[in-house]
Structure formats: structure tokens, C-alpha cells
Design a protein around this ligand. Structure first.
Ligand code: FES
Ligand code: FES
Length: 161
């Protein structure tokens, strides 16, 4: 099969690759880029485990082909760490408020929360529920997920004071 050249940014790093046109974006991130924080759940757009940011907007990477990401800037959960590799603000809040059980949904939850908080560091409960409404937690730990996002938001506000 003829390969396609793509050029994109992933977590701030410029990447150029030749790939098969049928390769999903999830498989490209995990298999070709080693970014295994993007999880595979349903593979048909329902669970949100594969969520990433495309030009700052949360999308489901299982529903996109990697060739469609050509020319775009992607952020995966690995891109939300601090420069020294330690947990970023949202990741630390999920740790501190016990926002994960098995952790399978967690990267997708964090990506959705990032998209919310980048524009709004004082979200209402309804806004948080709406932001993570497309992310399924099979452990059903939604209360702690919401508390984690509230903690992250309060830390953001403190940092902005
Ligand atoms: S794996 Fe993509 S939405 Fe479930
Ligand atoms: S923590 Fe297990 S799926 Fe959400």
C-alpha cells in the first residue's frame, strides 16, 4: 500500500513520518510514537479512553486516521506533565483527590478536563459534568474524578492570584 507523508506536532515536538493511510490515529500514537497513555477502549467513539487534544479541542483518536492529523498540533496526556516529567497540575490533582481506580479512563478524563480548565478555571459542577460527559469510567469513580477537577481548578486559581 502506498504510504503517505505527514507532518504534525505532538506535545510540542515536530514529527514527520511516512505512514499507511489506513493507520488509526490511536495506533499511530501508541505504536509508532510510544505514547501509550492514550488508551484503547471501545474503538468506536463511545468510551473516551482514547481522547486527545487536536489544536486544543478534545477528540477521540480512535475515530481519526493518522493521515487526517497532518498539519495539526496534538496533545496527549504525556504532554500535560511538567517540563521535568513530573505530574502536571491535573495529573497531581487526580493523584491527590484519588480520581482514579484502575486508571483506564484517566488519561481521557484528564484530557477532557484540560480542555475545560484552559478556558475556565472556575467551572460549575454542571460544566465539569458536561466536560467529562463523553468519558466512561467502568469503575464508576465519577465523584472522585469531579473532585479532582475541582481541586485542579482551585489550584489554578491560586496560581493566578
Ligand atoms: S476507544 Fe475511542 S472512544 Fe472508546
Ligand atoms: S478508573 Fe477504572 S475505568 Fe475509570
Amino acid at each position: 500500500m502506498r504510504k503517505h507523508q505527514i507532518e504534525l506536532q505532538i506535545n510540542g515536538k515536530a514529527i514527520a513520518r511516512e505512514i499507511e493511510p489506513r493507520l488509526s490515529l490511536t495506533d499511530f500514537l501508541r505504536g509508532e510514537q510510544g505514547l501509550s497513555g492514550t488508551h484503547i477502549g471501545c474503538e468506536h467513539g463511545v468510551c473516551g479512553a482514547c481522547s486527545i487534544l487536536l489544536d486544543g479541542v478534545p477528540i477521540r483518536s480512535c475515530l481519526m486516521l493518522a493521515v487526517q492529523a497532518d498539519g495539526h498540533a496534538l496533545t496527549t496526556v504525556e504532554g500535560l506533565t511538567q517540563d521535568d516529567g513530573s505530574p502536571g497540575l491535573l495529573q497531581a490533582a487526580f493523584q491527590d483527590a484519588h480520581g482514579m481506580q484502575c486508571g483506564y479512563c484517566t488519561p481521557g478524563m484528564i484530557i477532557s478536563a484540560q480542555a475545560l480548565l484552559v478556558d475556565n478555571d472556575d467551572p460549575s459542577l454542571e460544566q465539569i459534568k458536561d466536560a467529562i460527559g463523553g468519558n466512561i469510567c467502568r469503575c464508576t469513580g465519577y465523584v472522585q474524578v469531579i473532585e479532582s477537577i475541582q481541586l485542579a481548578a482551585s489550584r489554578m486559581r491560586e496560581a493566578h492570584l
